[in-house]
Design a protein around this ligand. Structure first.
Ligand SMILES: *[C@@H]1O[C@H](CO)[C@@H](O)[C@H](O)[C@H]1NC(C)=O
Length: 454
């Protein structure tokens, strides 16, 4: 009798522990209010409004006047992109922008997909929502939310949208895609209050997807989009069917990551390191450290005094273009710093790059976009950094990503890593740079999740 009671207690305790452990993997959050002033009483407006990007003669005249008044600074001889955006090349970009770039045509391009706005927690949230025209008989399109980062926008996904919603390959999955703008970015209203973190963005996007009627969906993200979609998976692991990311720097170097850094070079097998991992992790730790200091000054500014530096950028289109496009050069390939033109048009067209800049310029979002860093870094150690992600995850490892993350490191955070793909080409803005590769990997990952859940 006693033994049975004991066994019962032990089994019960173990089950309870498991349940508690599971529970602790779900992130908790509370509703926020980001509108001006106190939250009003009563029902909130949940209507969805169609939205179109517009422009005007006045907007273009103002832009051109400011561009014409820029004060060029000669670059140092032989400095390429090592001192930041090369001033000589900047003059060429700006001359193209001033004389050849057709914003009205790009506005039409932006409007080729349906845009909407809806108010959530007091701010207007903007998103692009594309439904497929055709779906194979007897199937439903797969809902996918795609979240951009800094200094990008929803426009980063424009190359992937047709590949996802009208694939030419009959074997490919057909998606229904939602690309929102993070509040404070692009056409989403900026929060009016302090404290808008990635978890708040994640909660708002869950509310958005719910409002659109999705009971379950997949999520994809890079840069901040990685953190926002990761938080979405942590908040509602039953609703996010799978998470696909192309960025996942470890938020804390736990024991196994530290050991792998120290010993991985000599015992790569022990940590599952591939030759690609070794190549990327061990040029020399000192070099990695110096590189990261050299390339993260912007982050320190944005994480401390975004409103000061941001004001200059918000007044000067040329300054804004230099600030944003420098990242599209260096984050696409570090070697591009050795080129006079930063290699910018090797992977992107000036039209696409300037369209992204214009989204920042016309919406005036550079300051709020920078504030996202401050809200992030003032909350180090908040709960989401400590709990793992349990939903099926796919990781696309692009060779020129800012920070290389070996499989073992990704698994420390993402406990259910179904795919880890070494990608053939691409850097930090991979969805924009290599839309085809990205969509192939999203297909590979989601097919695997769907197969498992059948
Ligand atoms: C802040 O951002 C870094 C990545 O840049 C991330 O690893 C960390 O978890 C974030 N912290 C918080 C509290 O959001």
């Amino acid at each position: 009798m006693l033994i049975e009671v004991l066994i019962g207690l032990v089994v019960g305790g173990a089950v309870l522990l498991l349940v508690l452990r599971r529970r602790s993997h779900v992130l908790k959050t509370e509703d926020g209010w980001w509108g001006v002033g106190p939250e009003p009483d009563g029902e909130q407006d949940t209507t969805i409004h169609p939205f179109k990007v517009t422009t005007s003669d006045a907007e273009l005249e103002d832009l051109h006047r400011r561009i014409d008044q820029t004060r060029p600074v000669p670059s140092l001889e032989d400095s390429q992109f090592h001192y930041g955006f090369n001033s000589e090349y900047l003059s060429k970009v700006v001359s193209y922008w001033r004389n050849d770039f057709d914003w009205r045509r790009q506005v039409d391009r932006l409007n080729q997909y349906p845009h909407f706005k809806t108010n959530i927690e007091g701010i207007d949230v903007h998103y692009v929502h594309v439904k497929p025209k055709r779906v194979p008989e007897g199937t439903d399109p797969i809902p996918l939310i795609m979240v951009h980062g800094w200094p990008g926008s929803f426009y980063e996904f424009y190359g992937t949208i047709p590949l996802l919603t009208e694939p030419s390959d009959p074997q490919a999955l057909v998606f229904e895609v939602v690309c929102p703008s993070i509040p404070g970015y692009g056409y989403s209203e900026a929060p009016h209050k302090k404290g808008f973190t990635s978890v708040c963005a994640a909660r708002i996007f869950h509310k958005l997807m719910k409002r659109l009627g999705f009971q379950q969906f997949y999520a994809h993200g890079g840069d901040w989009g990685w953190l926002v979609t990761t938080n979405m998976a942590q908040l509602e692991p039953k609703i996010v069917k799978g998470l696909h990311v192309n960025f996942a720097p470890p938020s804390k170097p736990g024991l196994s990551i530290t050991l792998s850094i120290l010993l991985g070079r000599h015992f790569p097998k022990l940590f599952g390191f591939t030759s690609a991992d070794l190549e990327r992790l061990y040029p020399c730790v000192q070099k990695l450290f110096v590189e990261s200091i050299k390339e993260t000054g912007y982050m320190h500014i944005q994480a401390t005094k975004p409103d000061t530096a941001g004001r200059g950028l918000n007044d000067s289109p040329v300054g804004l273009a230099a600030y944003i496009l420098e990242k599209f050069s260096t984050w696409t390939s570090h070697d591009f710093r050795n080129l006079e033109d930063g290699g910018l048009t090797r992977k992107f067209s000036l039209d696409d790059l300037l369209t992204n800049v214009m989204i920042y310029w016309t919406s005036g979002c550079i300051v709020p976009s920078m504030r996202f860093y401050k809200e992030n870094f003032s909350r180090l150690g908040s709960p989401h950094t400590k709990i793992p992600v349990t939903v099926p995850t796919g990781y696309a490892c692009f060779p020129n990503e800012l920070m290389h993350t070996p499989k073992l490191w990704v698994q420390q955070k993402f406990h259910n890593l179904l795919t880890y793909s070494q990608m053939a080409r691409g850097g930090h803005f991979a969805a924009m740079e290599e839309p085809q590769l990205m969509v192939e990997d999203i297909n590979k990952f989601i097919k695997k999740v769907e197969m498992k859940s059948q």
